[in-house]
Design a protein around this ligand. Structure first.
Ligand SMILES: [Zn+2]
Length: 294
């Protein structure tokens, strides 16, 4: 019998290409030596921060008896989650290396620790930061919706192999998805695109903490009660995306899910005809609800 055709062959090759192209692009930078040093340091820092955060949150979550999907029947896929996360951090480091190198060379960028001499008032800077947050939220929601179309699901498949994720899956996305998610980092290269250091660092650290919590598999009462009040995603809300795939696409805020009625409680659309892909991956690629892990 002929071997089953891999429906995601092209996606896998494009993902591999991204992993190679990211460091290769550094050779074209203003100072390749400095770029590669920045890339290496950024990668080490990202891996160190995300893995130690994921380790702490996973140990903490394991000690809690109440899990969203009930007691685990299968061991968590920690090694697989960490491997996919490492690839995403590789891509993220390759993007971050550009503004880091530019700053070290004294190029003018949009990143400012202090507003002094920039012409921006603190209120204007806060306004721009909030606007940027709304923009990033829309970017991530619509990216996620696009990645659930049949044409693009191959780039998102890895994240959905973790039906009952741990915090190590917080950033476990494929290389092209990582490039898509983190590309806005490059906006800082533009001198006019204000990134106010204190607010920017607060939001980035907050985004990392939120992502670890969203994937930890358990809930904390006061966090679940507080975050929805300001429209922010929670562990209970995002866990449903891993168990059902078709709904709850929010990555930061849940506004777009409410507007587009893509929450679990809004009901799920009629399943489409399955393709030749495997049952599990087809269910997700075609946006068909999938059951909780056996
Ligand atoms: Zn998804």
């Amino acid at each position: 019998m002929a071997a089953k055709k891999d429906p995601y062959r092209a996606h896998r090759w494009i993902d591999r290409f991204v992993l190679v192209a990211i460091p290769a692009a550094g050779a074209l930078s203003w100072d390749p030596g400095l770029w590669y040093a920045s890339f290496g340091i950024a990668f080490a820092c990202l891996i160190g921060a995300v893995f130690s955060g994921a380790f702490i949150v996973t140990r903490w979550a394991e000690a809690r008896s109440e899990r969203i999907q009930g007691p685990r029947r299968k061991a968590p896929m920690l090694r697989e989650e960490a491997w996919v996360t490492a690839q995403a951090m590789w891509v993220m480091a390759g993007l971050a290396a550009w503004p880091i190198t530019a700053a070290q060379l004294g190029h003018e960028t949009g990143f400012h620790w202090s507003l002094e001499g920039t012409g921006w008032t603190p209120w204007a800077a806060i306004g721009v930061t909030l606007l940027g947050l709304v923009g990033v939220d829309a970017w991530t929601y619509w990216k996620h919706r696009a990645l659930h179309t049949q044409a693009l699901f191959g780039f998102h498949r890895d994240h959905h192999t973790f039906r009952d994720p741990s915090a190590f899956a917080g950033f476990a996305v494929g290389p092209l998805e990582a490039l898509w998610t983190f590309a806005p980092v490059l906006a800082v290269l533009h001198p006019e695109a204000l990134h106010w250091g204190p607010a920017y660092v607060f939001l980035v650290v907050g985004f990392v903490c939120l992502n670890l919590y969203l994937h930890c598999g358990v809930t904390v009462g006061w966090i679940e009660a507080t975050l929805p009040r300001i429209g922010i995603n929670t562990s209970a809300f995002h866990n449903v995306h891993h168990s059902h795939a078709r709904v709850n696409f929010a990555e930061v805020a849940t506004w777009w899910d409410r507007i587009c009625k893509t929450r679990l409680e809004d009901g799920t659309p009629r399943p489409k005809k399955p393709s030749q892909a495997s049952a599990a991956t087809t269910a997700e690629a075609l946006d068909v609800p999938v059951s909780a892990p056996a």
